[in-house]
Design a protein around this ligand. Structure first.
Ligand SMILES: Cc1ncc(COP(=O)(O)O)c(C=O)c1O
Length: 408
């Protein structure tokens, strides 16, 4: 977590109000570079592609672009953000189970499109036939079983791949040039090794003469974490561990080929890149006791922090405002909403006072982009720039922002 003094928190509150998200730019950039370098050391043709859905704040996407990353998007909305940020279409990977017309338009633009299912493939074939003078290239998302213990609904059944290749072969200006997969809830090293091995087998089978143009392994790796957060997971591989079972395997597999014939290797990190580098600053507005149980009511909710705070205990720090404070045992820090389950932190033991600030860590992914317009609009986001100055990169939402679509 970032180190905030009371003076800084007060200054930020005076200038930008509270609550706030704060992005640590230099730590984000350092982590990005470390992740990318670790994979490129094993396989120089590794290309990082940032998962926009995790946090599409344009400032963050722009950092990724300037660092040489690609964009991974799953809708026309995210594709539009990527284009506005300045990604060229050839540096945008378009995934997703239901891209609709937006996917077909982006394909015509020249994006990297991974087809999820046979119906989508059919639509792509029809579009290619409408533009016989244009050469189209696509990838296929494959539904992998790496022992994750549940049936994923994404991608094509491997049983359908032969059929998919035959369908495409009948369209002269369409080619399959890449294979893609992504598996969630399965971040361990062995599962990643299995994922790489299956993808390399499939590449050999479906590209017997020449390697594919790219292999995209999706994402689902652990990122860096504060020690108390990390301790809540069984085993957390390092970036080097992941590189050894992905980039290294690909490097070994294609070692006999000249550099220009080796496939590009993508992964699509989201949470790995951003989670640890956004903190949240809230404030205790009410403290009350009901039948011996203490509650501190904050000016934020679980919706600001994202799902992670309902599954695990987020890193958290109380920053005393210097007023009267009392020692509490097993107090719950709860949100402003009317939901009983709006508990941001359970069983806090320590000092708390009215007006104290509460800092939560690890809230980069699925937080601000996941906040519904429920009860309160969302708050602003700042960046702590590399020169140490703070700047607003998303203003707080107004009532008009939220109500603009309704008819009064
Ligand atoms: C296709 C795809 N790629 C990448 C990601 C990002 O995964 P992570 O945040 O685990 O890096 C997701 C997340 O669901 C995804 O669905």
């Amino acid at each position: 977590m970032m180190d905030f003094s009371l003076e800084t928190v007060r200054k930020l509150e005076a200038e930008f109000e509270n609550p706030l998200y704060v992005l640590d730019e230099s730590a984000f950039v350092q982590n990005y570079r470390e992740f990318e370098t670790t994979l490129q050391q094993q396989y120089p043709k590794y290309q990082l592609s940032y998962s926009f859905k995790t946090n599409y704040t344009p400032y963050i996407c722009s950092l990724v672009k300037n660092l040489g990353g690609y964009a991974e998007v799953v809708s026309g909305f995210e594709y539009d953000i990527a284009r506005r940020v300045g990604f060229t279409s050839s540096n945008i990977i378009f995934n997703g189970p239901n891209k609709g017309e937006d996917g077909l338009k982006a394909l015509l633009d020249g994006c990297i499109l991974n087809v999820d299912n046979l119906d989508e493939l059919d639509a792509v074939c029809r579009r290619a036939k409408q533009f016989p003078a244009v050469s189209f290239e696509i990838g296929l998302r494959i539904n992998l079983d790496v022992g994750q213990g549940f049936l994923s609904r994404f991608g094509m059944d491997p049983e359908d791949l032969t059929k998919a290749f035959a369908i495409v072969k009948a369209v002269p200006n369409l080619r399959i040039v890449g294979l893609h997969c992504h598996i969630s809830r399965c971040r361990g090293k062995d599962a990643w090794q299995r994922r790489s091995e299956i993808m390399l087998d499939l590449s050999d089978r479906y590209f017997p003469d020449d390697p594919p143009k790219y292999i995209d392994l999706g994402s689902g790796m652990f990122g860096k974490m504060d020690p108390d957060f990390r301790a809540q997971f069984d085993s957390v591989p390092s970036y080097a561990d992941y590189a050894a079972v992905t980039a290294k395997l690909v490097a070994d597999h294609y070692s006999r080929f000249e550099e220009d014939r080796k496939p590009l290797l993508f992964t699509e990190p989201g949470t790995t890149l951003i989670n640890k580098y956004i903190d949240f600053l809230g404030r205790i507005d009410v403290i009350k006791t009901i039948k011996g149980k203490d509650f501190a009511i904050l000016n934020c909710s679980v919706h600001n922090l994202g799902e992670a705070c309902t599954l695990k205990t987020l890193p958290m720090k109380v920053i005393s405002a210097g007023g009267r404070s009392e020692y509490f045992e097993n107090a719950d820090l709860v949100g402003y909403t009317c939901l009983e389950q709006d508990v941001l932190y359970q069983r806090y033991t320590g000092f708390l006072g009215l007006g104290d600030y509460v800092q939560f860590g690890n809230v980069g992914g699925y937080s601000t982009v996941y906040k519904p317009p429920f009860i309160w609009p969302n708050c602003a986001m700042l960046v702590k720039q590399e020169n140490g100055e703070y700047r607003e990169i998303k203003r707080a939402e107004s009532y008009d922002d939220l109500l603009g679509t309704y008819v009064f």
